[in-house]
Design a protein. Structure first.
Length: 440
């Protein structure tokens, strides 16, 4: 829906604005095209018996490490596309090994004829849902984005994540994970270069016991269009993308039944304060630890950006003025959005935040009409973006409208605050949440 149209719109921007932009000074090509790479991986067990890269078929390449001497190191595949590109799309999949270890691509890269790395950007994702982006130049590393959790990343071993980068007319490189824009490298030093498969062996990996194995695939590349046929194809791609954007943008969001099967389970190291799924579309929060005062955020998010949501919830146990929180319209880095705070006594407040720790009141605490007060009482919260505003309803009654909203869509996250007067060790804090619909 809308998130797709934004992705398409970004692609159209790259096509339409780059066309005709070339000058003798910057030497930016006049036309660009997405196409299948001419390069086909042919690597055959490069490296030692215990550490190697190997072609699985004409597209996938496998990395294997079973040698403990490589713990904490990084590795690049020696076989790569030697052509310079202005973007690429590739798929990665971790088969085994520590799920905190990254796998991904180095792009806009340059290596010496002996294979020594000169410069480029490296993006890693891991099966825990985090990504990291950095710039390297002649041995000097600059972190662009430290390890950050992002809901666009598919979690768990054997999950396939699609990584895409694209140089744009604005002079930036946009970075996508699973069609979601997660970062923009502004005024990059290196606008084009080669693409390489890259991996990490985590400091907690024990390859001799559990081999580190990843799969990589280069799907397509974004390159200069040369010759009449390629230029014509590039123009056609632009026209098709524009048509797709117009078609998507003509559609209004609609309510659809909740389709979320959260996978979150209690952390084995913390059995006293945790979030846990309780069947499809349902999550429970439980805390019986006094030291857990403050805000607790659920780490699992609905994996799509939405224009609204409807959820029923109840505070089953704890103090009657304990706070239940809903974060919505969150951006890809979870640093901007809105928060609704609710008390079982029947009051609510609305906040906006510009980073995870800076909150500004939009609507101070106020009484909710027709609210079912007290513990073990189920209420329904509905939020939806309509005509530039966010409308907030409790039990179908309008509570507040965020007019001319700055954040129009985004991710949705559960949270709650355990207040100072609560004593979870004596009376556990237990909240139930069930998702009914999403507006997308």
């Amino acid at each position: 829906m809308k998130k797709i149209s934004k992705f398409l719109a970004a692609a159209v921007l790259a096509f339409s604005t780059l066309t005709g932009f070339a000058t003798a000074k910057d030497k930016i090509p006049e036309h660009f095209i997405w196409k299948e790479p001419k390069w086909k991986p042919t690597v055959n067990a490069s490296g030692t018996y215990e550490v190697w890269w190997r072609t699985q078929n004409d597209k996938w390449v496998k990395f294997h490490c079973s040698n403990d001497n490589n713990i904490g190191r990084q590795s690049w595949c020696s076989d790569h596309d030697t052509r310079k590109h202005y973007g690429f799309e590739g798929t990665v999949k971790k088969i085994s090994g520590n799920t905190s270890a990254g796998l991904g691509f180095t792009f806009s890269g340059e290596f010496t004829s002996e294979g020594k790395f000169i410069h480029g950007y490296t993006l890693f994702v891991n099966p825990n849902g985090f990504y990291n982006l950095r710039e390297d130049e002649k041995g000097v590393q600059r972190i662009i984005q430290k390890w950050t959790k992002n809901p666009a990343i598919k979690t768990g071993l054997n999950a396939e994540n699609v990584i895409k980068t694209q140089y744009t007319r604005a002079g930036n490189i946009e970075v996508y994970i699973n069609n979601t824009l997660v970062n923009t490298i502004e005024n990059p030093k290196f606008i084009n270069g080669t693409v390489h498969f890259a991996t990490q062996i985590h400091k907690n990996d024990i390859p001799s016991q559990t081999a580190v194995e990843n799969l990589y695939k280069l799907n397509k590349v974004y390159s200069e269009a040369k010759g009449k046929k390629e230029i014509a194809a590039a123009i056609q791609q632009e026209e098709e993308l524009k048509a797709a954007v117009q078609q998507e943008e003509s559609k209004d969001p609609e309510w659809v039944p909740a389709d979320w099967n959260p996978s979150i389970l209690p952390d084995s190291t913390d059995t006293e304060a945790y979030w846990m799924k309780d069947g499809e579309n349902t999550i429970i929060f439980k805390c019986n630890k006094d030291s857990a005062l403050g805000t607790a955020k659920c780490q699992e998010l609905y994996p799509e950006k939405v224009h609204g949501f409807e959820v029923t919830y109840s505070k089953e146990s704890g103090r009657n003025n304990g706070i239940i929180m809903f974060h919505f319209a969150l951006d890809s880095n979870l640093k901007n959005g809105y928060v609704i705070s609710v008390r079982p006594t029947g009051e609510a407040a609305v906040w906006t935040f510009s980073d995870p720790n800076t909150y500004n009141t939009i609507q101070k605490w106020d009484t909710i009409d027709a609210y079912k007060t007290g513990l073990k009482k189920e209420n329904t919260l509905k939020c939806m973006f309509v005509n530039g505003n966010w409308e907030i309803y409790f039990n179908d009654g309008l509570f507040y409208t965020i007019e001319n909203a700055e954040y129009k869509e985004g991710y949705f996250r559960l949270a709650n605050e355990i207040i100072e007067k609560e004593e979870p060790a004596k009376v556990p804090v237990i909240n139930n949440y069930k998702f009914l619909r999403f507006y997308k």
